[in-house]
Design a protein around this ligand. Structure first.
Ligand code: DAH
Length: 341
């Protein structure tokens, strides 16, 4: 630019202003804006140079006014480019609509938590199947012929030999068959089906966790210690367990574990129905009849022993989170489920 800044009069400031404003208005990128700035307001540009040399008040006022208008034009251009208003239609800088984020169902969370606890104890997690044969669901588990679970009144049969599993226990037999010998430390989790009348504590589909340990020298003390460790992991480190004798076809002896109430610690409250204890499911020492049934050579009942247990996941959820009705877990009401993220 060969404008001489020696005298103010040597520059036509009106023309320069028009030119500069037009340049600001047509700047299409940050880089172009920067160029325009250097050209008109940069340290060596005519206007700032002239301002520096101004001696009289009149010229000072004129040039300052031009500078202010150029600065305004520059600000407008910067806002236009930074603001990103595209074609004037919408403002891409406005916050968008956050897509709603889902989360795991409470039962899935508990299933994973339970699996983590047992993985930590050295167990493996195996898959079972929901459609079972009467062979695995009843016969191999030592169910007597007269057992009510074998009836169509209690269980969902597909035909004479196939049934929706009524418990996760058939996985015990399948795992022992597959492994072909001890040691076995496994759990399996999943859905089971029963012809229940649906109410606040019963649904026809629910979830269990089944555990099986088979090795040499396994005793009832191992079962107790394992369930104690599990209950403490799920319900808190202060928990105690106690056992009541019971009957299951596939364990001998059979015992039912209770955990001390996590809310009142055994004093008695609404959660434990004032007993101080919560019933948690079934367990026992593997009945040697199962070893005989699977393979008495590979699982010699004289040498090998084991324990097993089965617990309901819904029951854990209801107790631990104070849910008053099991059907809440199946209703898919996000106002309920959303509380368990
Ligand atoms: N299968 C039993 C039920 O659903 C629970 C159970 C009891 C599982 C004792 C076991 C066990 O493995 O040893 O009621």
């Amino acid at each position: 630019m060969d404008r001489t800044p020696d005298t103010v009069a040597a520059v036509n400031w009106d023309e320069l202003e028009r030119e500069a404003v037009a340049a600001y208005e047509s700047a299409a990128s940050g880089d172009e804006l920067e160029e325009v700035h250097v050209r008109y307001l940069g340290r060596k540009a005519a206007l700032p140079q002239a301002l520096r040399g101004v001696r009289d008040r009149e010229s000072g006022m004129t040039l300052n006014a031009v500078r202010r208008r150029l600065e305004e034009a520059e600000e407008a251009a910067r806002a236009r480019l930074d603001g990103g208003t595209v074609a004037g239609d919408y403002d891409v800088t406005l916050p968008g609509d956050a897509p709603p984020r889902g989360h795991l169902h409470l039962i899935t969370q508990i299933r994973r938590e339970v699996e983590d606890v047992f993985l930590g104890l050295g167990y493996e997690v195996v898959d079972g199947r929901e459609v079972e044969t009467t062979h695995y669901n009843f016969d191999a588990l030592n169910f007597p012929d007269w057992h009510p679970a074998r009836s169509t009144g209690d269980s969902f049969f597909l035909d004479d030999t196939r049934v929706l599993r009524t418990e996760t226990s058939p996985s015990q037999i399948r795992t022992m068959e597959e492994r072909g010998g001890p040691p076995i430390y496994m759990i399996t989790t999943g859905r089971v089906y029963r012809r229940e009348n649906v109410d606040a504590t019963h649904t026809q589909t629910f979830h269990q966790v089944e555990g099986l340990a088979v090795d040499e020298g396994i005793t009832l003390a191992d079962l107790k210690g394992t369930l104690l460790a599990f209950m403490r992991a799920i319900f808190g480190p202060e928990r105690r367990v106690r056992f009541r004798t019971h009957y299951f076809p596939f364990t001998e002896p059979s015992i039912e574990p209770d955990v001390s109430c996590f809310l009142c610690d055994g004093v008695g409250c609404a959660v434990c129905k004032h007993s101080g204890w919560l019933e948690m499911g079934g367990s026992g020492m593997v009945d040697p009849a199962l070893f005989e049934f699977v393979d008495p050579e590979k699982y010699d009942p004289e040498k090998v022993s084991g324990f097993a247990f089965g617990l309901g996941l819904e029951r854990i959820a209801l107790l631990r989170h104070g849910l008053p009705d099991i059907r809440l877990l199946w209703g898919n009401d996000l106002r309920v489920l959303g509380q368990f993220r």
